[in-house]
Design a protein around this ligand. Structure first.
Ligand code: IPE
Ligand code: MG
Length: 235
């Protein structure tokens, strides 16, 4: 899911300018918690939330800081509204080296503590870009070829996809079946370009903080109405 429209939501609510950033970040994650809970309750096998893109680092410093603080709050296990309850297995994808050190620690802790959980796989894409994901996978393959551990002709879709940031962590659930983007924008914005090759795309008009249970159900119903042939013709 691409959680778009948080700043517009805060602005539209008439919140004073100096409080808008914080209100947007808080509204984003209060809704994200609800969507994670619903997904887990409904038996969704894996959910990835696009939290912050590589391009988002170019936003004003104070906005970047606001989002980083929000991520730390969300990943704090002493937060009573934590998203890491209910047997959820947490993963993070993205260039974590660019994140504040304290957040990097929280991410490792959350991944470690939830690694034995068998519930829904919940992935947060923080500092993530589909292009950089593919570039680092190519570098990993090139290194293996250079070291003599892999032949060029053995590079295939399976070993490339295993070197993407998600790696083998969600291999059992396969590629995402559905992508939802809120706020009416209709683009991928560099999100999981490899994985979304055959995903169904649903674009919702609501801003992310307003994307609730009813809207989520509508997206799933839209998905269920799609004919998925994966390019093959069925007689
Ligand atoms: C998405 O909400 C969250 C992040 C990019 C971190 P926006 O901040 O893009 O909200 P709008 O699209 O400007 O309203
Ligand atoms: Mg936006």
């Amino acid at each position: 899911m691409i959680m778009d429209g948080n700043s517009r939501w805060a602005k539209a609510r008439g919140i004073a300018k100096e409080f808008q950033l914080r209100a947007a970040a808080e509204a984003c994650y209060s809704n994200a918690r609800e969507i994670v809970r619903l997904s887990s309750d409904w038996g969704i096998k894996a959910l990835t939330l696009f939290a912050f893109s590589t391009e988002n680092f170019l936003r004003p410093r104070e906005e970047v800081d606001q989002w980083m603080q929000q991520f730390e709050r969300v990943l704090s296990l002493d937060d009573p509204a934590t998203m890491l309850l209910d047997g959820i297995q947490f993963h993070c994808i993205g260039d974590t080296a660019r994140l504040p050190r304290t957040l990097q620690v929280k991410i490792s802790e959350a991944q470690c503590i939830t690694s034995g959980n068998t519930g829904m796989k919940f992935v947060m894409a923080i500092g993530y870009g589909g292009h950089s994901d593919l570039v680092q996978a190519c570098q990993a393959l090139a290194r293996e070829v250079q070291q003599g551990n892999l032949a060029v002709q053995d590079i295939d879709q399976i070993n490339l996809s295993r070197r993407l940031m998600l790696g083998e962590r969600c291999e059992d659930v396969g590629a995402p079946e559905l992508l939802v983007r809120t706020s009416g924008e209709q683009r991928l914005s560099n999100f999981m370009l490899w994985h979304l090759a055959y995903s169904e795309l649903v674009f919702e008009k609501q801003l992310w903080p307003d994307f609730g249970e009813e809207e989520y159900k509508n997206a799933l119903v839209a998905f269920q109405g799609r004919k998925r042939t994966l390019g093959v013709r069925h007689s």
